[in-house]
Design a protein around this ligand. Sequence first.
Ligand SMILES: Nc1nc2c(ncn2[C@@H]2O[C@H](COP(=O)(O)OP(=O)(O)OP(=O)(O)O)[C@@H](O)[C@H]2O)c(=O)[nH]1
Ligand SMILES: [Mg+2]
Length: 309
Amino acid sequence: MTDKQQNTGADTTATRSGFVALIGATNAGKSTLVNHLVGAKVSIVSHKVQTTRAIIRGIAIHDNAQIVFMDTPGIFKPRRRLDRAMVTSAWGGAKDADLIVLLIDSERGLKGDAEAILEALKDVPQPKLLVLNKIDRVRPEDLLKLAQAANEAVPFERTFMISALTGSGCKDLMDYLATALPEGPWYYPEDQISDLPMRQLAAEITREKLFLRLHQELPYASHVETEKWEERKDGSVRIEQVIYVERDSQKKIALGKGGEAIKAISTAARKEISEILEQPVHLFLFVKVRENWGNDPERFREMGLDFPK
Ligand SMILES: Nc1nc2c(ncn2[C@@H]2O[C@H](COP(=O)(O)OP(=O)(O)OP(=O)(O)O)[C@@H](O)[C@H]2O)c(=O)[nH]1
Ligand SMILES: [Mg+2]
């Protein structure tokens, strides 16, 4: 326990702590923001939609507060069973939070899913903040209009305008959160930045490289699991991962001509995992066809999702 944790009560240095759910349409920049605020990569990011699949907690300390961010899957109109599980998990995260942050991509505005999310937010009891993201991409007058429209739909406590990419406006948001959360001891040890076990983060990093490298339906038809993790005497680690796809034709694309695609994915993932672990990594990727993984309860459990009936 740290000195800070022992301070309670009316003392001005009393610790604060709490859970902040980041919700929003897919691609709004939720994971980018969590990584920026935590100061390390805890959640994967891509330019494609539906990158985050389950809730990931990223933990930041600001002043005397420990702020536990819940990065949630983007909310969209679900089609597949996996989609439904992702959206349910996002709203579940909101239910468990002390504070809810709605993140909107200012460039997209209220088009599409953001409007439906605002509507659904009306029934959520917790205090809510509006965060307009990607302000590096829009004109200030458009931002004001967007802020006004969103605040007419839902009574937000405050509105922030930020860029998760450049960090602009993020300090104001953190200053606010650090005083808005309830007083109480910290939930996690001071040096913990995420709740994701290393094996799972490593699988997520490979999935990110796959999202960046492969296109069309493939990212959505695939799922990565770490199967083996072996610390070796020479200080390196040997990691075996399986990329599950749904069909043989997808396996061919994932491998690429002469194994070119899988090699590029593996190289990029190995480099990043090795940087995070600060040790040499030997990464072995295997692509397996598992036709019905999108309907297999075990895969959902592995991802940290409930299996919707
Ligand atoms: N220009 C700009 N791009 C941003 C900003 N924040 C995020 N992005 C980009 O937006 C894209 C989506 O970012 P993510 O963080 O993966 O978005 P997300 O909301 O977590 O998406 P899902 O997990 O799919 O719901 C990425 O290409 C980011 O680099 C920003 O402030 N400015
Ligand atoms: Mg995300």
